[in-house]
Design a binder for this molecule. Structure first.
Ligand SMILES: Cc1cc2nc3c(=O)[nH]c(=O)nc-3n(C[C@H](O)[C@H](O)[C@H](O)COP(=O)(O)O)c2cc1C
Length: 310
């Protein structure tokens, strides 16, 4: 039986809905020994900033029940390194590359978008990290202001006709309302959700387990929250959504697809099983075959809701 898993965002076609969540899949070839990148629907790169960033002090990740906390602090080698080293690596791979950018000022987002727009030969879309919870100076506190999110969205829109994906977190406030505003400001798609801010304490040392004290919670613990937002945003707007939040197995991914997600981004699961994306893709294919689904559109958003309202 022929099975068509292709997904479209603007003029961009993905061979299947499985991708990776930014920051959880290395920066270029780290996972190449475990899987064939050309089996994935897309690759979302780790966030880059205009200039290199060292990130936060260690320890900056720890396990929690049902998930993990991270406070990496957007460590990255900056735009120039991305253009000189990462883009040539991905140029050889026949899978759409989605760059992910963050800045401390609107002008930084604008410069990043302008530079990436020049590399349309490899960069096929831009994801805006509007929601990293781990940067106290600039970054998160800057981005938490709603009007600035809209300003950034409009500034990036003015620089590129590449598909622009706005990545949001419940840390920003009412995700459904903000989603509406970023769509109005020109977003072509949304990425839901980034991590939720949390903390963990070592009771023997009576110290925070992260040097940064707090960090972003990811993994199975946040899946129900992510699922709820994907469902509510898809119900409210006609906009493609990339879902992330605790997608560990094919059945997690299927929940998001049934709720309406267009792509599913695998994050924390990559640290547990470096082949998680492939296992998830295989599981989606099995499910479609078992349920005689021929096109992913028959599955996407197929949630049956029966409500007895009083
Ligand atoms: C270690 C780690 C690093 C991350 N780095 C980034 C990042 O650089 N940019 C970004 O937009 N999201 C980043 N995220 C958030 C993920 O892309 C994803 O949205 C989030 O973890 C929820 O998905 P998950 O529960 O499957 O991990 C990071 C998450 C983790 C765990």
């Amino acid at each position: 039986m022929d099975l068509n898993l292709t997904i479209q965002i603007k003029n961009l076609t993905f061979r299947n809905p499985v991708t990776v969540a930014s920051g959880t899949f290395g920066t270029s070839g780290e996972y190449a020994g475990f899987l064939d990148y050309e089996k994935l629907g897309a690759i979302i790169a780790k966030t880059i900033t205009l200039r290199p960033r060292q990130g936060n002090s260690m320890p900056r990740i720890c396990e929690t029940s049902g998930g993990m906390l991270n406070a990496i602090g957007l460590q990255n080698k900056g735009l120039e390194d991305f253009i000189q080293k990462k883009i040539p690596y991905f140029a050889k791979i026949n899978t759409p590359l989605i760059a992910n950018i963050a800045g401390e000022k609107t002008g930084e987002f604008r410069e990043l978008a302008r530079a990436l727009d020049q590399r349309k030969d490899v960069v096929k879309a831009i994801e805006l990290n509007l929601s990293c919870p781990n940067i106290e100076e600039g970054g998160a506190s800057f981005m938490r202001k709603r009007e600035l999110i809209i300003e950034v969205m409009k500034a990036v829109r003015g620089e590129t006709d590449l598909p622009v994906i706005a990545k949001l977190s419940p840390e920003l406030g009412d995700v459904v309302a903000i989603a509406g505003e970023v769509i109005q400001a020109g977003a072509d798609a949304l990425s839901l959700i980034n991590t939720l801010k949390g903390m963990a304490i070592d009771i023997e040392r009576r110290k925070p387990r992260l040097a940064n004290i707090t960090g972003g919670l990811s993994g199975p613990a946040i899946k129900p929250v992510a699922l709820r937002y994907v469902y509510e945003v898809k119900k409210a707007y006609k906009v493609p959504v990339i879902a992330s939040g605790g997608i560990m197995t094919a059945s997690d991914a299927l929940e998001f697809l049934i709720a309406g997600a267009d792509l599913v981004a695998v994050g924390t699961a990559n640290f547990v099983n470096p082949r998680a994306t492939i296992d998830i893709l295989d599981g989606i294919v099995d499910y479609c075959r078992k349920n005689k689904i021929k096109h992913i559109d028959e599955l996407r958003g197929s949630l049956k809701v029966e409500r007895n309202e009083k």
